[in-house]
Write a protein that binds this ligand. Structure first.
Ligand code: ADP
Length: 271
């Protein structure tokens, strides 16, 4: 009885065909479920740092005549506050990315420049790792329609993960190249790698392979789902290849812009 908005799909089953009707109530229910899960996850994730801060504040009160202890607790409060700030700003980013009008005005973006900027931004995290942005192609081939800041954020999230989940003195490379009608950015590390079963889940919001380790590196579990949303919003995708103990490569693929348009030109159509 529901109004049909998405129309009908025809699916082959065995030798026959089955008509699947999708009504808008099913759709609305699914959207509502996703929204509810998100709110539950967000409240859960916020409770941990807020609870930690409350305990630390009590500890400071109790340590009234021990300046060394107060300094120690204050340092931990600062760390927790920074994590909380990052978490809140990533939650805001993610919910903004879920609204589709964000990319109403897409312009021509130089992806190689985004990659270089992303590598610069992660400079302080890099330690003794060699982090390199590489490309051998004409930058005119490496342009897409979209938002410079968002593409830079996506690459930066991949690079900072590559750094966080690999040892010092290894290499992280960011290779930008044109493959057919797509611009590819591949971020490769020589880190711990990711098991096949985890590879299926890491793009989910708040999913972490090792929550304790992720927390100690300041992780929120939102980085990859932000990357995925940014790629989706640009008509592209992100995939992972990984071998445990050897390393991982995350590849973003975005539809290329027409070659003769300058950076900053308004996109003639949405990808
Ligand atoms: P986090 O803030 O925990 O890094 P992400 O969404 O960015 O959250 O990543 C989700 C999980 O995927 C991480 O907790 C980590 O276990 C795994 N992961 C992401 N990138 C890498 C990588 N380059 N190498 C190994 N594991 C990774």
């Amino acid at each position: 009885e529901g109004r049909i908005v998405l129309g009908a799909r025809v699916a082959p089953i065995g030798s026959g065909l089955v008509l699947i009707l999708v009504d808008d109530r099913t759709q609305a229910r699914r959207v509502e479920e996703v929204r509810r899960d998100f709110v539950v996850n967000v409240s859960h994730e916020l409770k941990t740092p807020v609870g930690g801060l409350a305990l630390l504040a009590e500890a400071v009160q109790d340590a009234a005549d021990d300046p060394a202890a107060i300094a120690r607790f204050a340092g931990r409060m600062k760390t927790e506050t920074e994590r909380l700030t990052r978490l809140v700003s990533e939650i805001v980013d993610l919910s903004r990315l879920q609204t589709s009008d964000l990319l109403a005005d897409m312009v021509v973006v130089d992806v190689a420049a985004c990659a270089e900027q992303a590598v610069d931004h992660t400079h302080l995290l890099a330690g003794h790792r060699d982090v390199l942005a590489l490309t051998t192609q004409d930058p005119r081939l490496l342009r897409v329609y979209g938002d410079h800041e968002l593409i830079t954020t996506a690459i930066r999230n991949l690079v900072s993960n590559a750094i966080s989940y690999s040892e010092d003195s290894t290499r992280v490379s960011v290779v930008t190249r044109r493959v057919g009608n797509l611009v590819e950015v591949a971020v490769t590390d020589q880190g711990r790698g990711i098991s096949l079963s985890d590879q299926e889940r890491i793009f989910e919001r708040f999913y972490r392979v090792d929550a304790a380790r992720s927390r100690s590196t300041g992780g929120t579990g939102l980085g990859l789902s932000i990357v995925k949303h940014i790629c989706d919003n640009h008509g592209g995708e992100v995939t992972v290849w990984s071998q445990e103990g050897e390393g991982s490569t995350f590849t973003m693929r975005l539809p290329a812009a027409l070659d003769d348009l300058p950076v900053g030109a308004l996109a003639p159509h949405r990808p």
